[in-house]
Every structure is written in structure tokens, then in C-alpha cells.
Design a protein around this ligand. Structure first.
Ligand code: XMP
Length: 517
């Protein structure tokens, strides 16, 4: 793999994703990893990530300088660029100036007039994203300086013989023009790698690994309607066929058409054995009269576990014993819970869809090494319905936390109808790719006066919450086209009884969260 050494900011995951987008497998390792351990992984190349430290700060993560003679090509980014510079005998200065945000990068022709290999796709000037205080003041011996910014005379360098290069800016963020080209030039032209990490490869590898793990034992997988569990189950099914049984708990808080999507489209596409448990009455009963958001979440989570446990016990009995349970854990969960590849740390998900820790199953986690976009690509390779593969995130507690007030069957009907209109119109307008997700919220305890048809109405507002985001940690409200908003508003107020107003949530996260509860 290409190993991305994580110097502690948010960038390492993004770099690893970008490397994989270029078709090269990569993993993240913590910055304290001793050199022999790093080399034992047989890295095809090493990328030193950005980080919040100054190389001169006490306890700043350092790099073992023997790394640069150990063989693997190395690419330093931001902090990694500076740490690499000092390790190789160059000089980093505290300039006292912080360069932050978009900056103009100017290519310099190089000491010997040689063309840069790393920056060959970058025009003479380009906008790049910077975030640093210290600056490289002198490149190590043998390195050619290839770019500068107004505040940073040495913004990129390379040493082709030693297969080492670095940049002061962040090529991995989308705000850096040609950033991905720079990464590709490092991987392919400087490190000499081949793009061979494709969905087809991932599929073949995972199928073999799952077969080896499971043998002829029986497996269970809970489907949520979301992408991760759908792809995980389809992958396991590809590997072991009808040794797998899937269970889908309908808690009655799903959106219009979601149950059919799983029961009909998904089963048709995969041939998976599916048991649906309709528990909507049980959930509605448990939620009756409850309007506090956290209480709702707890009730839904608790009931979900009870229903799932019962279903698992029933299926296990019918199947003559089940040994494994499939979980759709993704690579970011693994990294965030401190487990690298090969370690056994498992993050317990306390969401709906998460399961009790005392279940006696062994886990199968076929997506443990994958990022979300890779999971989607794999889903497409497996032939899953596009509507499912491209689905926006939807919270486990479902519409239960999108009704502000207590949850009733009538309110669910109202919200479902409004939500279906929003999704239909957004898809028709082609904006699905523009947004991260768009919760539709019913303010069930609010009424306002309106005029509808011949008379006065006293109905509820529906809130539209379209957001753009990279990872749901922060988000901005999406500027949807006016005509689309107008059409949605017109249709909801015209077609959904009980609703006489449609409002748009224009709050970023923070301070707002994406969901309203
Ligand atoms: P917030 O509202 O915290 O949401 O900004 C961040 C992201 O998480 C989703 N979300 C959930 N997903 N179970 C889930 O599986 C939950 O209980 C849950 N609550 C929020 C939300 O839709 C958004 O994508």
C-alpha cells in the first residue's frame, strides 16, 4: 500500500481517499509508527501529511531521517514537507506570517532550468490552498525548487533520483487547482506505481477473503435500507450465497417507497434471502406521546435492538444456527476508533442499526478497508439499483426525529407525502449530486394561518433543510435554484393536507446540526 503518515490534522483521510481515487491502494498510519514497522508493511510509497504543529514546537512529531534512504518514494505535504526538509538538512524558518486559504502558486523554472515532473500539469500560476505558519527557507541539497507563492519562496521541490518530493500547500483539497494531477504525478511518474485499485479488484479480493473467513457457516445481516449494509450484504452473498440471510426491520419510520426498494428492487438485483419484520405498530406504540428528541432516539434504539434480537434468534433456529453477523463498518470508523488495518478494534455504533455488544456472533466486516465512494463503486459493480447506491444519508431513527413534536401515524403520513415530493422534484431537477442530503421536517406543534382554496387554513409548516457537506461534521445550506424551491412549495401546499407553509432552513452547521433533533 501507499502509507499516509498522519500528523494529526484532518488531512490524512482525505489524502488516502485521493490516492485511492487515483487507483492506488492506500492506508493511514499514526505518526509515531517506528520506521521498521513502517517498512515491514512494504510500502509502495509514503506520504507525509499536513498537521497542526510547528516543526520547532516541543513534542512536534518528527520523522526518522533514515526513512529517506530506506527505499520507498516519499511525498511531503505541508507539515510533512517541512518535517522532511529539516530531516534532510534543509532549513525551516518561523516567518511570523500565517498564510491561510487560497493563494497564488507560481511555478519557477528550477535551478537548472529543468521542467518539474511533479507540477507538469499545473499552469504557470494556479490557485492553491495553504495553511501554515513556518516556511521552508532552504531546500535540502540535491533538491530542485519548482514553485513559490508571495509569502513562501519555496513552495514545492523534488529530487527525482531519490524519488522524493514535497509541496507546502494542500493538493488533496478541492480548492487547490490541479491538486489531483500533482498527486498522480507523484504516484505514477516519481514513485512509478500503476493504477490497479479498481472496484473489480476490490470485489475479487473481498469475495476471497469472506469465503476464507466464513467457510460453510451461516451468516446474518441486518439491512437498513442504506448503502453500507446493502453493499456489505451483496458482497457476502456473492461470496457464500444462501448461507446468508438478511433481515430488514421496518420500524414504520421509513420514507415512502423505502421498504419496497429493499424488498423488491434489492432482492431482484441480488437474489438475497430476506426476512422483513414489520414492527411499525410496536414502534408507534412505544413512541406515543413522546416529544423529547433524546427520549425518542433512546426508545427507537431500544426497540430496534429488541426486535432485531428476536428476529436473529428466530432465523438462527430456522437455519440451524448462525455463527457470523455482517456489519457495514467503513474505513473512517476504523481509523477514528484507533484501529489500523489488521487490528481488532471495533467501534460500537450506538445508532439504530447498531447492535448490542453482547450478541454472540462473530463479525464479518467486508467494508472495513473502504471509503464511502469506494463502497458506492462496489455497489455498482455488484449491480445494485442506482437509487440505493447513490442514496443520501438517512438517519437510523428515520422520520421519528423529523417530526418536531410527538410521532403519530397521521403525522408520519403527512411528512412522508411532503418528503416524497421533495425527493421527486430534486431528482427531476438534477440537483441530487449537488447536495449531501436534504432532511424534510414537519413542525407538528406549530400552526399558522393561511388561505387555501376558498378559505382560511390553520396548518403546519414543512421545513426544507438542503445541505452541502464533505463529511457531515460541518455543512452549509445549499443554494437550490429558486424555480425548484417554488415548485416544491407549490406542490407540497397543494397536495399535502395539513401543510400550508414551506420554509427553508438557511443555517450552516455549526451552529445548527443537519437534523432538527
Ligand atoms: P447531525 O444532525 O448531527 O447529523 O448534524 C449528522 C449526520 O448524521 C446523520 N444522523 C444519524 N445517522 N443514526 C444515523 O444512522 C442517527 O441516529 C443519526 N442522527 C443523525 C444525519 O442524517 C447526518 O447525515
Amino acid at each position: 500500500p501507499v502509507l499516509v503518515v498522519d500528523f494529526g490534522a484532518q488531512y490524512a483521510q482525505l489524502i488516502a481517499r485521493r490516492v485511492r481515487e487515483a487507483g492506488v491502494y492506500s492506508e493511514i498510519v499514526p505518526s509515531g509508527t517506528p520506521l521498521p514497522q513502517l517498512l515491514a508493511r512494504d510500502p509502495a510509497a509514503i506520504i507525509l501529511s499536513g498537521g497542526p504543529s510547528s516543526v520547532y514546537a516541543d513534542g512536534a512529531p518528527q520523522i526518522d531521517q533514515r526513512l529517506f534512504d530506506a527505499g520507498p518514494p516519499v511525498f511531503g505535504i505541508c507539515y510533512g514537507f517541512q518535517a522532511m526538509t529539516t530531516a534532510l538538512g534543509g532549513r525551516v524558518d518561523r516567518t511570523g506570517r500565517r498564510e491561510y486559504g487560497s493563494t497564488t502558486l507560481t511555478r519557477t523554472s528550477g535551478d537548472a532550468g529543468a521542467e518539474s515532473v511533479l507540477l507538469q500539469d499545473v499552469p504557470p500560476t494556479a490557485q492553491v490552498w495553504m495553511s501554515h505558519g513556518d516556511s521552508v527557507a532552504q531546500a535540502p541539497d540535491g533538491f530542485t525548487v519548482t514553485a513559490a507563492t508571495a509569502d513562501t519562496p519555496i513552495a514545492a521541490y523534488e529530487n527525482l533520483q531519490r524519488r522524493l518530493a514535497g509541496v507546502q500547500y494542500h493538493p488533496e483539497v478541492i480548492h487547490s487547482q490541479h491538486g489531483q494531477d500533482v498527486l498522480r504525478r507523484f504516484l505514477f511518474d516519481i514513485a512509478g506505481l500503476q493504477p490497479d485499485w479498481t472496484p473489480g479488484e476490490i470485489l475479487a479480493e473481498q469475495v476471497a477473503a469472506i469465503r476464507a473467513q466464513i467457510g460453510d457457516a451461516k451468516v446474518l445481516c441486518g439491512l437498513s435500507g442504506g448503502v453500507d449494509s446493502a453493499v456489505a450484504a451483496a458482497l457476502v452473498h456473492r461470496a457464500v450465497g444462501d448461507q446468508l440471510t438478511c433481515v430488514f426491520v421496518d420500524h414504520g419510520l421509513l420514507r415512502q417507497g423505502e421498504r419496497e426498494q429493499v424488498e423488491r428492487d434489492y432482492v431482484a438485483a441480488t437474489g438475497i434471502k430476506l426476512v422483513t419484520v414489520d414492527a411499525s405498530e410496536r414502534f408507534l406504540g412505544a413512541l406515543a406521546g413522546v416529544s423529547d428528541p433524546e427520549t425518542k432516539r433512546k426508545i427507537i434504539g431500544r426497540e430496534f435492538i429488541r426486535v432485531f434480537e428476536q428476529a436473529a434468534a428466530d432465523i438462527s433456529e430456522a437455519e440451524g444456527g448462525i455463527r457470523y453477523l455482517v456489519q457495514g463498518t467503513l474505513y473512517p470508523d476504523v481509523v477514528e476508533s484507533g484501529g489500523g488495518s489488521g487490528t481488532a478494534t471495533i467501534k460500537s455504533h450506538h445508532n439504530v442499526g447498531g447492535l448490542p455488544e453482547d450478541m454472540t456472533f462473530e463479525l464479518v466486516e467486508p467494508l472495513r478497508t473502504l471509503f464511502k465512494d469506494e463502497v458506492r463503486a462496489l455497489g455498482r459493480t455488484l449491480g445494485l439499483p442506482e437509487a440505493m447506491v447513490a442514496r443520501h444519508p438517512f438517519p437510523g431513527p428515520g422520520l421519528g426525529i423529523r417530526i418536531i413534536g410527538d410521532v403519530t401515524a397521521e403525522r408520519l403520513e403527512t411528512l412522508r407525502a411532503a418528503d416524497a415530493i421533495v425527493r421527486e422534484e430534486m431528482t427531476a431537477a438534477g440537483v441530487d449530486g449537488m447536495i449531501w442530503q436534504c432532511p424534510v421536517v414537519l413542525l407538528a406543534d406549530v400552526r399558522s394561518v393561511g388561505v387555501q382554496g376558498d378559505g382560511r387554513s390553520y396548518g403546519h409548516p414543512i421545513v426544507l433543510r438542503p445541505v452541502s457537506s464533505e463529511d457531515a461534521m460541518t455543512a452549509d445550506w445549499t443554494r437550490l435554484p429558486d424555480e425548484l424551491l417554488a415548485r416544491i412549495s407549490h406542490r407540497i401546499t397543494g397536495e399535502v393536507d395539513e401543510v400550508n407553509r414551506v420554509v427553508l432552513d438557511i443555517t450552516s452547521k455549526p451552529p445548527g446540526t443537519i437534523e432538527w433533533e
